[in-house]
Design a binder for this molecule. Structure first.
Ligand SMILES: Nc1nc2c(c(=O)[nH]1)N[C@H]1C(S)=C(S)[C@@H](COP(=O)(O)OP(=O)(O)OC[C@H]3O[C@@H](n4cnc5c(=O)[nH]c(N)nc54)[C@H](O)[C@@H]3O)O[C@H]1N2
Ligand SMILES: Nc1nc2c(c(=O)[nH]1)N[C@H]1C(S)=C(S)[C@@H](COP(=O)(O)OP(=O)(O)OC[C@H]3O[C@@H](n4cnc5c(=O)[nH]c(N)nc54)[C@H](O)[C@@H]3O)O[C@H]1N2
Ligand SMILES: [Mo]
Length: 701
């Protein structure tokens, strides 16, 4: 355990007051640098670090109130053992020794049984993004054990693989440069809600005369403030990009020089584009031909042009190919030439953190345990062979966030499944646990962070001692490893050592980023120029070094090497019979005051969001006799859900929106949007397809 540490550079006149440099742990591209004021051992204030350029002194409404989370009255303070039926959330207090002894005994017995350790599954995701608490000692533990491996596909893998095909990795333009762009496309992105510090850059660009266009089926808070809103049908982004590309080629709007020097396969792409007319694209997307053609012309002629692609557009069956296709656009018009031009979905691969050192996959030895896809956890828990017999959940609330809840809940309700949940709160998932272990929040543990939305590394110093008996994830796995008899030295590494290991890297961009300095200063920019134009002279991290319009890498995986339109799985075109029964496309993007399902337990944030709601267009509400404020039942073949209807014309016709992710136990009928979503996987990366979901809506009562 690490003693709370203070940065020497942050002195205070009052000896009882300390200022601690910290980092926001949440799964958000902004990864803010925070300053925590501590008085007499109690955290009394959190604020955005004014010296950190991307954070620029501000935090979002949720994290500005992080103290309410840390000191919430409903924090789990002690280990607990189940004292009622699964799901009832009835527990009694036990000691850490009792809890860890029992867990180790159960895991040992399963590992020694004929089916072996594959019947054990770690189940973790993005509750915290710090390297130590997210993926270090835990991974070492499960690798050593030989447990089933979890493919963590809930969020981004389809898009990640899609852009890897085109650009070579999760790289792109520097989000800090958006302020200098003259045209900004917010493509499947709602930065006011989910990427607030990028929005400040977009506003700055607007003040300097830039046009900002939202491409989104929903008139989000962001779309409302844009110069133009292109409201396409969900899952049709690939078609829009293909139609735009045909216009670029047909009208001679291509940057020939850039394309010749820095792309691969333009000839083949141009040939492919013949089938994708703007008329076809408009019909497929539910747009006018003028919108498609106008967007293409503006994109090619206004420079510099920046695209913020975000994960909303890849939660569909064709999401991977859609992300790959949109990502071809900047090279065609030479947008990469300028630091404020190009596209960015994620900046994660600019970092060279040493994940192998943290996670130690070598501890598997020659074993190659099965993998289980997180997006199909419901199926895994109800039908995998050999069955999953023990589940260790941390940084994750799968009962609320995984698709097709009926199956997920059936799995978690199995009496023969031994389930451990490590969390700071009694979530929907914890209610199903046999043993609950209290987890520290970010103010109570040490960590080191990268970001997927800027180019800085951050340190998180613990500001206060753990609340109650809570422990960091890393410490729980350290103690479990000792009980299992794992005597490799790596199981005794401290959190401090783990942070240093994460940063030990030969990557040129990590030059000068060192744990001692980072811990002291809180944040450091990667070794990249201030006005960074990563691909102005090509140099993409693909096999060819070029932007791959034609991808041998995809071809080798049996995927079409050229961009093509891969439609949603649930749409009138791909499944007309289903669309007749369930004619509305449902999406469930982030609610502004929740962070996935985090913060949704705190009354303040629920009050901001009021109640679980379904937003719809009058053109869909009227024929169903639904008026604003009515109670409605949303349903499909997978489930049903009771909500309050908001008839506000924000979703385009044909689309309904359920801001998410509510805890089920706070909803009128103990359900949330994932009662309706499907476990079907996306075309690339095995990604989840939360927004590929047809439903019908009826007035209730
Ligand atoms: N406040 C808040 N911030 C968050 C989160 C949160 O829960 N709350 N979650 C964090 C996480 S984990 C992530 S991954 C990011 C997500 O960040 P984003 O990817 O920005 O999030 P989404 O809201 O899923 O998607 C943004 C927009 O995409 C639209 N959209 C949905 N389907 C489509 C489509 O097919 N095409 C197009 N063009 N648009 C579509 C939605 O209507 C939404 O307005 O945000 C992070 N930030
Ligand atoms: N319908 C629908 N479903 C979705 C989405 C959607 O848009 N619509 N979005 C999807 C996306 S993009 C994502 S990323 C996933 C996110 O799903 P999750 O990764 O499960 O994220 P959270 O809901 O924030 O829950 C994480 C849990 O981790 C806990 N936690 C936080 N820090 C720590 C820690 O240090 N230690 C331990 N032990 N626990 C900790 C929190 O208290 C919280 O209960 O949800 C997905 N589900
Ligand atoms: Mo996510």
């Amino acid at each position: 355990m690490n003693a709370p540490a203070t940065s020497k550079t942050l002195g205070s006149a009052d000896p009882r007051v300390r200022l601690v440099r910290a980092a926001c742990p949440h799964d958000c591209p902004d990864t803010c640098a925070m300053l925590v004021t501590v008085k007499d051992g109690v955290a009394v204030k959190v604020q955005g670090d004014p010296t950190m350029p991307f954070t620029d002194g501000t935090l979002c409404t949720k994290v500005a109130r992080y103290l309410e989370r840390t000191y919430a009255p409903d924090r789990v303070l002690h280990p607990l053992r189940r004292a009622g039926p699964k799901g009832a959330g009835e527990f009694r207090r036990i000691s850490w020794d009792e809890a860890l002894d029992e867990i180790a005994a159960r895991l040992k017995a399963l590992a020694a049984a004929p089916e072996g350790p594959e019947t054990i599954l770690p189940c973790s995701y993005a509750g915290t993004m710090g390297m130590v608490q997210w993926s270090s000692m835990d991974r070492r533990f499960f690798h050593r054990l030989g447990a089933s491996r979890l493919e963590r596909t809930l969020c981004s893998t389809a898009g990640k693989v899609g852009i890897k095909a085109t650009l070579g990795g999760s790289v792109g333009m520097d989000p800090e440069r958006f302020a200098d762009a003259k045209l900004i496309l917010l493509w499947g992105a709602n930065p006011i809600v989910s990427n607030l510090h990028l929005w400040s850059r977009v506003q700055e660009a607007k003040r300097r005369g830039a046009r900002v266009i939202a491409i989104d089926p929903y008139r989000s808070l962001t779309a409302e403030k844009c110069s133009q809103h292109v409201a396409l049908m969900p899952g049709t982004d690939g078609a829009l990009a293909l139609g735009m590309m045909q216009v670029l080629v047909a009208e001679g709007l291509i940057d020939r020089d850039y394309v010749e020097r820095h792309t691969l396969g333009f000839g083949e792409l141009a040939e492919r584009l013949r089938r994708y007319t703007p008329e076809w694209a408009a019909a497929t997307c539910g747009l006018s031909v003028a919108e498609v053609v106008g967007l293409a012309r503006e994109y090619a002629t206004v420079k510099p042009a920046a695209i913020r692609l975000n994960y909303g557009m890849q939660r569909h069956a064709g999401g991977g190919m859609a992300a790959r296709t949109v990502t071809c656009l900047p090279a065609l018009v030479g947008a990469w030439r300028h630091p404020a031009g190009g596209i960015v979905l994620s900046t994660a691969d600019f970092y060279g953190f040493d994940h192998a050192a943290l996670e130690r996959p070598d501890l598997l030895g020659a074993r190659s345990p099965r993998t289980i896809n997180h997006a199909a956890l419901g199926d895994a828990l109800t039908s995998a062979q050999p069955p999953v017999r023990a589940l260790v959940v941390y940084n994750n609330n799968p009962v609320a966030v995984c698709p097709e809840s009926s199956k997920v809940i059936a799995g978690f309700s199995r009496e023969d499944l031994f389930c451990v949940v490590m969390d700071s709160f009694l979530t929907d998932t914890a209610d199903h646990a046999d043993i609950v272990l209290p987890a520290t929040t970010q103010l109570e543990h040490l960590d080191v962070h990268k970001s997927y939305g800027h180019l800085y590394a951050l340190a998180n110093n613990p500001a206060i001692a753990p609340v109650g008996e809570s422990l960091p994830n890393s410490e729980v796995f350290r103690r479990l490893a000792a009980r299992m008899g794992y005597d490799e030295p790596c199981f005794r590494d401290s959190d401090e050592q783990l942070c240093a290991q994460a940063l030990r890297s030969a990557s040129p961009r990590m030059q000068g980023v060192d744990w001692g300095a980072l811990r002291e200063g809180g944040w450091q920019r990667l070794h990249v120029p201030e006005r960074f134009a990563p691909f102005a002279e090509g140099g993409f991290p693909t096999a060819s070094g070029k932007c791959e319009l034609y991808s041998d890498w995809l071809h080798a995986q049996g995927v079409d090497p050229l961009p093509f339109f891969s439609p949603p799985a649930e749409s009138p075109v791909s499944n007309p019979a289903l669309a007749r029964r369930y004619p509305l496309a449902m999406i469930s993007p982030p609610a502004r005051h929740f962070l996935n399902s985090s913060f949704a337990n705190l009354k303040r944030f629920r009050d901001f969001e009021k109640e679980p709601r379904l937003e719809m267009h009058a053109a869909d509400a009227a024929p169903r006799g639904i008026r604003d404020g009515d109670r409605v039942r949303v349903h499909n073949g997978r489930g049903s859900l009771l909500l309050r209807a908001r008839v506000n014309d924000k979703p385009r016709p044909g689309v309904v929106v359920i801001p998410s992710v509510w805890w089920k136990k706070h909803a009128p009928d103990r359900g949330n949007a994932n009662n309706l979503t499907a476990q079907r996987l996306a075309d690339l990366g095995g990604g989840a397809t939360f927004y590929d979901c047809l439903v019908e809506v009826e007035r209730e009562g």
